[in-house]
Design a protein around this ligand. Structure first.
Ligand SMILES: [Zn+2]
Length: 169
């Protein structure tokens, strides 16, 4: 993980510090508030890209609301981090997302819809998030998630997770 550039950014939910990382293939972003270095139980949201929600204001998924809630919880705490990973369509890509939509509209959960469209249920890779947390010297995190898979994956990559907190204000 190479640190490429960093900048402060004013948001609706306070000023965050953005650090752009590059792992040789993909960019990933650490977006944080407060003194996180050597931090314990740091609030942490690992968030994947979603063109429909974040660019087109889709109301068919919760990605946009989840990001807003994560930022508000971090602002309230005065400290915390969002890690943004470029893995559209649960890591399958935007094409796969579009192909999954008819199955989803027919009533399938998103993971099954990807499979029905010929893709992996979940092709996401959270190792970049683990590398970023290590690069920033964060000792342990409280994950903002309801997804046990993310918790397990980060634990397997050597991250200490002290707990989880659901995305509710
Ligand atoms: Zn989404």
């Amino acid at each position: 993980m190479i640190k490429m550039a960093e900048v402060d950014l004013k948001t609706k939910y306070g000023t965050f510090h953005e650090v752009l990382f590059y792992d040789g293939q993909k960019e990933a972003i650490a977006f944080y508030m407060g003194d996180i270095s050597e931090g314990e139980d740091v609030l942490c949201r690992v968030h994947s890209s979603c063109i429909h929600a974040h660019i087109f204001n889709s109301v068919e998924c919760e990605c946009r609301e989840e990001m807003a809630i994560a930022q508000q919880l971090i602002q309230k705490e005065g400290c915390g981090i969002v890690i943004w990973l470029e893995q559209e369509g649960k890591g399958n890509g935007h094409y796969a997302l579009l192909k999954s939509i008819p199955f989803k509209r027919a009533g399938m959960p998103q993971a099954e819809a990807y499979e029905a469209a010929g893709f992996q249920k979940d092709a996401r890779d959270f190792s970049a998030a683990a590398k970023i947390l290590k690069a920033l010297n964060i000792k342990s995190i409280t994950m903002l998630t309801n997804n046990q898979k993310k918790v397990n994956t980060l634990t397997q990559h050597g991250i200490t997770i002290s707990g989880t907190k659901s995305l509710e204000l």
